[in-house]
Design a protein around this ligand. Sequence first.
Ligand SMILES: [Zn+2]
Length: 346
Amino acid sequence: MLTIASDAHRRHHPREPFHDFGRMVAPPEVPERVDRILDAIHHADLGEVRAPEEHGAEPVLAVHALDYVEFLEQAHAQWRDETGAAEDSEAVAYARAIRDQPFEEPVHIVAKLGWYSHDTDPILTGTWEAASSAVDVALSAWDAITTGGERSVYALCRPPGHHAAADSFAGYCYLNNAAIAAHAWTDAGARVAILDVDYHHGNGTQQIFYTRDDVLFVSLHADPAVDYPFFLGFAGEHGWGAGEGATRNFPLPHGTDWVGYADALASAAATITRFAPDGLVVSLGVDTAAEDPDGFELRGDDYLRMGEAIASLGLPTLFVQEGGYCLDVLGRNVVNVLGGHEQAAR
Ligand SMILES: [Zn+2]
């Protein structure tokens, strides 16, 4: 399988600890994740690894609000200007607006950080460069399917994207790589299904497509009643207006292993088949691994089964990297999904 990957992700390397369930933890979304995945790809001889091509602002602005994109692009420069912080500092939100009160457009960078985020992720001097390159990775992978004759392609995106909403960032995500590629696909006339298998609910992706009937969003994830990202991802969310019926969530309990997971994945696959899409985007997070700090219990071979189950849908498939933080098994699990898919699709 062809992989698209860029080196620009290295410009984004958060190092300051943050609050996570009452503990201070070191950021796990680090450049070494990509190194480990690429090592595994080479080791498994999965196929060619190619650099992305630039796609410009237009596909990004088709999904994200202009004011948000402008904010992301200049946030760190404004942060340095207005706070005197250093080039290598991390800009983090610590103030947020009260709901349903008089509101004036935020002007100061601290207000903007609170306005354009929904957790406490940082913006670094290289965040924009890394995030926009990850979009190019996803779009170049999509190009390889739609115009390059590939049936399935892997976009090794970093930073990930599925928690980024139309106008806010969180969960290590700034631009929604999967959503931008899915939208580009619909722009070319396709009906698209997004299958999000990351441990965490793809709240940003759900928000972006919640009122649309041309993109089906299906997500398997930890129960948002008790786990990040909270607030969204419940089974009762089905979409609004024209999008009614085009969102489907499968919240699963902590401790879910392959038996429970495979059941939900089969229901998710049936939902996708009923939608009859022309193409599939997989938000491929492997933080469902038993070795990951999160609460599911999938094992190495289970990811082969996951790849086979996705292949059984018989669709052109764009895999977009999301989470997965245990460096020792991250590469193996990603390659198992991709390899399992490729074997079964033959
Ligand atoms: Zn995740």
